[in-house]
Every structure is written in structure tokens, then in C-alpha cells.
Design a protein around this ligand. Structure first.
Ligand SMILES: [Zn+2]
Length: 421
């Protein structure tokens, strides 16, 4: 942090260490939001702390969404847009988040990091070359028995510390800032309960990314295809010439899928098709397939391919009807964000002022921001310094948390500076 500034009342690291000890794991297949009542504990704590830090209009919704507003202090006429910062309180259903026991490896000097609670859990230099950049840093891991919850308590800690720094340093000039902490991000349902109008921001950033400096304005465009194979069931003892077994058509269809366009054979900007779940029965079989690409034209050609393969299978199996149903899931937020280049420009400048080298990589997934962007709140994603999300080897570091915080403090100032230009 800039040494001319008053330090926050609590450091980003100390906040982080408190928040990760609160179990906020979300759970799939629950009808209610939040999916787990434990998320309330952190949401209510954050609301209390926001009030203590002088935030205005602090509320927790019936769906466990925290929102608050930090009044701007810009004098004169320049209209600064209201900027939002969003992070999520829940952790992944994939690995337990109960009894998280964070371990600080102070002044890391290189080498593999064995986690004390489970000898099988080792963060190796071979698999994590990023460790080479963390020499001298304090690395924060789990004890090997849980996930850490850096995703996304790092984002929460950075946003809260930013609010703290702004409260302690009234000379930092910024517009009005909206803050939100959401529930059930990991299971993809919480954001439906997010009230964009009530949030009141013109633009926002999710603080939910990885490596320091990584800022993203691209996500997949996504569709879901359901291929259904309709056959004819009959008693197998008297099936000759009557039974049409849809399972053979199902298998034929899958065997036609090109091997070079699957999640396990693609990376970077290359899209994929991913059969991930299915049912096989004589009368009716079906398979669900994810279609993912950064370009709409790529999605179109994936869909065309699946329809062509379905027709080929249908021709091979007379009597089987193959139905292809395709649904839109979400779209690449770049389609909207390309019209708001200042969001990436300002975030890049903020990262540079924090001494980082900003870069962008497309996200091979969706974010809450991609949904919000199409609901009228353009919303790129900013790094948190965290690594290995959703697993026991998850880690972040003191520098990761501090540089993320510093970037956010610079970012609100840049919006104020540039408002008059
Ligand atoms: Zn996350």
C-alpha cells in the first residue's frame, strides 16, 4: 500500500483469515436461495462490518445478498459513474469448507509445500510454476483437509479492505461505490436474485479471478443440446423385426463425435462440445451436450455439426427418430463490453499503478458478470491472486491480497480522474 496512506483498521490478510474460517459451502439441488443457511453468518457479519466502516444503505436481502453504498466525495461538477464491486460469499460444493484451518507459510523460500493435515496433499513447483514468483511472500494454504475458500473470500477481503482504506483516507477522491456480496454463485443460481436496479451501479467488476494482473472481459457463449433417440421397445423374446433399440443409435452418435473438439483435447480460445450426462433405454435414449465457444459463429457450427451427426445416425438406423433440441445458456460478455472499453482500460491502469503487469485471458466458463452484463450491468472480472480454486491445494498470498486491494483503491480514483476528461 502507498505509504502516504493511513493503514486500514484491519489488513486484507487478517480479514481473509477471519472470513475463510466461516463455513459458507453452497449445495446443489436445493430449491431455496441461499442453498445453505450457513451463508447467512458471513453475509450478516459483512453487513455489520460495512456499517462500522461507514457504508450507507447497508442491506441483506431475503436471499442473502448484501449490498451497500460508499458515498462519493468528488467536488465540482464532474459526474463520476457509480462503480460496483461484487464478490460471492459461498464456496464450491466440490470440497468441504467446514473447519477451514488456514496455514501461513511465511517468507516462502521456494520448494514444494506439504500441507500439514494430509501428507498426500502437496503443492509442487512442477505443477505450479507460479510458486517461483512468490519467493519472499507469505503463502496462505489450507491444512490439506478442506478447500481454502480464497474463491471468493479473497475478493470479499479485498473489497472490504478497499472500503476500509477509503474510510480512513478521505483525501482519496472517488465517486459513489456500490458493493455487493452474493450467495450461491458456485451453483449458478444466486445471481438470478440479484437486483440490478437496486444495486444502482452503472458498471461493475466481479472480483473473482485468479493470477495477479489477470483481467477478463470474455466468457464462453454457451448452449445446451439435448439429443433424443426414439426407438421401439418390445419383449426381447419376440423382438425380431419389431424392436428398435435406441441405445445402438445413441452409441453410434457418440462414436461419430470428433475427438479433437472435446474439453479434454482443447484449451485457450478453442471451443468444445461436451457430452456430460445421458440415459440409455431401448425405447428412448438421450444425451446432454454442452456447446462452448467464444464466437457465435463457432457455436453455430458446433450446432450444425451435431445436427449433421444426428441425421447420419438416423439414416444408419431406420426406425429410430433422432431429435435435437438446443437451448441458449449465456453469451460472451465481450459482445457488450466491447462497447465500454474504458472498463478494461481503467482496470489495466489500476493494476499498473499497483505495480502489476495486467493481461487478459478469455474465461473458459461463465461468470456472474456475464449474466449481469446482459441484464444491463457491464461487468468484467478482476484477479484476486488466488490459485487452485475448488480444491484442497487452493492458495493465495499476502501480496496477492494486498495487490488486489491496492488495484481496487486505484481503480475508483481513476474513474474519478477520468470523469472530467
Ligand atoms: Zn468464484
Amino acid at each position: 500500500m502507498d505509504t502516504s496512506l493511513q493503514a486500514p483498521t484491519q489488513s486484507a490478510v487478517d480479514r481473509f483469515l477471519r472470513y475463510v474460517r466461516i463455513d459458507t459451502q453452497s449445495r446443489e439441488d436445493q430449491s431455496a436461495v441461499p442453498s445453505t443457511s450457513s451463508q447467512w453468518a458471513l453475509a450478516n457479519l459483512l453487513a455489520t462490518e460495512l456499517r462500522q466502516l461507514g457504508a450507507a444503505d447497508v442491506r441483506v436481502s431475503d436471499h442473502c445478498m448484501v449490498r451497500a453504498s460508499i458515498p462519493g466525495n468528488v467536488s465540482g461538477g464532474a459526474a463520476v459513474p457509480v462503480i460496483g464491486f461484487i464478490a460471492h460469499v459461498d464456496t464450491s460444493p466440490a470440497v468441504t469448507g467446514a473447519n477451514v484451518n488456514p496455514v501461513i507459510h511465511r517468507n516462502y523460500q521456494g520448494g514444494d509445500i506439504a500441507l500439514p493435515g494430509d501428507p498426500a496433499q502437496v503443492i509442487t513447483v512442477a505443477q505450479h510454476p507460479i510458486l517461483g514468483d512468490l519467493i519472499g511472500d507469505d503463502i496462505i494454504t489450507t491444512d490439506g483437509t478442506t478447500l481454502l475458500g480464497s474463491d471468493d473470500k479473497s475478493g470479499i477481503a479485498a473489497i472490504m479492505t478497499m472500503v476500509d482504506v477509503l474510510a480512513r483516507n478521505p483525501l482519496i477522491v472517488h465517486g459513489t461505490i456500490a458493493v455487493a456480496f452474493t450467495a450461491d454463485e458456485e451453483i449458478g443460481v444466486g445471481i438470478e436474485q440479484f437486483d440490478v436496479a437496486d444495486f444502482g451501479a452503472e458498471f461493475a467488476y466481479t472480483v473473482d479471478g485468479g493470477m495477479l494482473g489477470e483481467i477478463s472481459d470474455e466468457t464462453w457463449s454457451a448452449r445446451l443440446a439435448t439429443i433424443t433417440f426414439l426407438g421401439k421397445s418390445t419383449h426381447p423374446g419376440t423382438a425380431k423385426g419389431v424392436m428398435v433399440n435406441s441405445i445402438h443409435a445413441f452409441a453410434d452418435f457418440l462414436s461419430r463425435m470428433p475427438r479433437d473438439m472435446l474439453p479434454e483435447t482443447t484449451e485457450g480460445r478453442v471451443g468444445f462440445v461436451h457430452p456430460y450426462s445421458g440415459v440409455a433405454d431401448v425405447e428412448e435414449s438421450s444425451v446432454k451436450i454442452l456447446l462452448r465457444d467464444f464466437e457465435m459463429s463457432g457455436l453455430e457450427s458446433q450446432e450444425r455439426l451435431l445436427r449433421d451427426l444426428a441425421s447420419a445416425t438416423e439414416r444408419t438406423f431406420p426406425g429410430v427418430t433422432v431429435r435435437v433440441d438446443v437451448k441458449e445458456n449465456y453469451k460472451n460478455m465481450k459482445e457488450v463490453l466491447k462497447d465500454h472499453p474504458q472498463l478494461m482500460d481503467n482496470a489495466f491502469e489500476a493494476a499498473r499503478r499497483a505495480g502489476l503487469t495486467p493481461f487478459t485471458t478469455p474465461i473458459r466458463g461463465g461468470t456472474d458478470g456475464s449474466k449481469l452484463t446482459f441484464r444491463g450491468l457491464p461487468c468484467p472480472n478482476i484477479f484476486t491472486g488466488g490459485h487452485n480454486f475448488h480444491g484442497k491445494l487452493e492458495f493465495n498470498s499476502r501480496r496477492g491480497l494486498e495487490k488486489t486491494t491496492e488495484t481496487l483503491v486505484h481503480l475508483v480514483q481513476i474513474f474519478a480522474e477520468r470523469a472530467g476528461e
